[in-house]
Design a protein around this ligand. Structure first.
Ligand code: SF4
Length: 421
């Protein structure tokens, strides 16, 4: 079982810490580093764990703030808000405050990276893999709430480190950036930074591979048993229970397997099964080509969401897509129509939860979940059969023949407008 925000012993390569990282005075072995569990830390946390442990920081001394909650914002972020309309960015104040003021684990350093661009499986197939501009600037915006009257970091003997880093670039670029930004904070040499960056990328890659392997197993089981799966199209931080409000957890508790697009298996056999015909015909250049539905493909999380819509439209067992977004986000606005059209054109059910913010509309979510479950029960068999019939290439070896529907529903799949939230 994969553990987010923990050092994953099954996936982390052994690392020899730097000789400068000992337990002695000034050694890094005793440093405690706090990282706010926000924004693109959700999809890069394993990089930071690999990077810091390679520098000799003990895994137990890498402290991530809790998931977002109203209590966290009230207790630790109150009075430190900054002007930003983006809800996931606003929440950062509570995370910073928790790391600074919490007595539970006193940290020496708050590390809040300004992530300019991201490593993505879509690199080379899209125009770019940039972060949302608000994500990039978030640490600069939020820190001002902790500096406006006096330096709260200094007052608490905390070093605030906010390296600007292009994680989508070559490791040499990342090394230069992190060495430049963190050499004084961690007393680094260039050589050990290079080694730590390498360890960070390896740790992240292995974690992602393991997560995809688990998703593959879910998909294979669904295919064999002719069961429906629900795909979530959202940004990585919607996995945070205070941002995404655990909508997918509600569906899972109703017995439906959930796949997040970020960890969908990208093995060659699955990609050939799903996209082989379109590539052979020249309609797509590769399994990760989204130019048929999205032309300005420079934003990493946006690209992946659009790709996820393409995938959901093709996979027979994905009978329903849940689209999450926050606060009428401007980055997400133009993606609503292409994702919905792509998914629905395949006959797959599509439900959108937009405008998610601090309030968890528990009653409203419950009613929506009941509606979704109703449609899943009623139409999944038919959707699986129709989508499977469209695929001409064999399923991955060992998965077995196309399963027959357990029963045929009498009603046709409802019109789009009837099921779209
Ligand atoms: S994508 Fe939207 S919700 Fe997410 S950080 Fe950027 S502006 Fe905020």
């Amino acid at each position: 079982m994969l553990k987010f925000f923990k050092r994953d012993s099954g996936s982390t390569p052994p690392v020899s810490p730097s000789p400068r990282s000992g337990e002695g005075a000034g050694g890094r072995g005793n440093l405690r580093v706090g990282i706010p569990r926000v924004l693109n830390v959700w999809n890069t946390h394993q990089f930071w764990i690999g990077f810091l442990t390679a520098l000799g920081i003990k895994p137990e001394n890498i402290v991530f703030s809790s998931e977002t909650s109203e209590e966290q914002g009230r207790e630790f972020g109150k009075g430190r808000g900054t002007v930003d309309c983006c809800y996931p960015v606003k929440c950062m104040s509570g995370h910073y405050g928790e790391l600074v003021f919490s007595k539970r684990k006193k940290v020496n350093i708050v590390l809040s990276p300004m992530i300019h661009d991201l490593p993505s499986f879509m690199q080379g197939h899209v125009q770019g893999t940039l972060s949302c501009p608000r994500v990039m600037a978030g640490p600069e915006t939020i820190k001002s709430g902790f500096l406006k009257e006096r330096d709260i970091f200094k007052e608490n003997n905390i070093v605030y480190a906010t390296p600007f880093v292009s994680l989508g670039e070559h490791p040499k670029v990342v090394t230069t950036q992190l060495f430049g930004a963190l050499k004084d904070t961690f007393n680094l040499t260039h050589a050990e930074t290079e080694k730590a960056v390498d360890s960070g990328f390896k740790t992240l890659r292995r974690f992602n591979e393991r997560a995809r392997a688990e998703s593959r197993a879910i998909l294979e089981r669904a295919w064999r048993e002719n069961k429906p799966v629900v795909m979530v199209l959202a940004r990585p931080y919607h996995m945070d229970s205070g941002i995404g409000h655990e909508i997918e957890v509600e569906l899972q508790s109703q017995g439906y397997a959930i796949l997040w697009l970020q960890y969908f298996p990208i093995d060659e056999d699955i990609m050939d099964w799903l996209f082989g015909d379109e590539i052979a015909s020249g309609y797509l250049k590769s399994p990760f080509d989204i130019s048929n539905i999205w032309t300005s493909s420079y934003s990493s999380n946006t690209n992946e969401i659009l790709w996820g819509a393409n995938v959901a439209a093709h996979v027979p067992n994905i009978t329903c897509v849940i689209r999450l977004s926050s606060y009428e986000c401007g980055m997400d606005q133009p993606t609503y129509t292409p994702t919905q059209k792509t998914v629905e054109a395949s006959g797959t059910l599509f439900f959108k939860f937009g405008d998610l913010d601090s309030t968890k509309p528990a009653g409203g979510i419950k009613i929506r979940i009941e509606t979704i479950v109703h449609y899943l029960r009623k139409y999944s068999d038919e959707i699986i059969a129709k989508k499977a019939a469209r695929l001409t290439r064999p399923a991955p070896q060992g998965w077995g023949e196309r399963p027959l529907a357990t029963h045929q529903t009498e009603n046709p799949v409802p019109s789009r407008s009837a099921v779209t939230g």
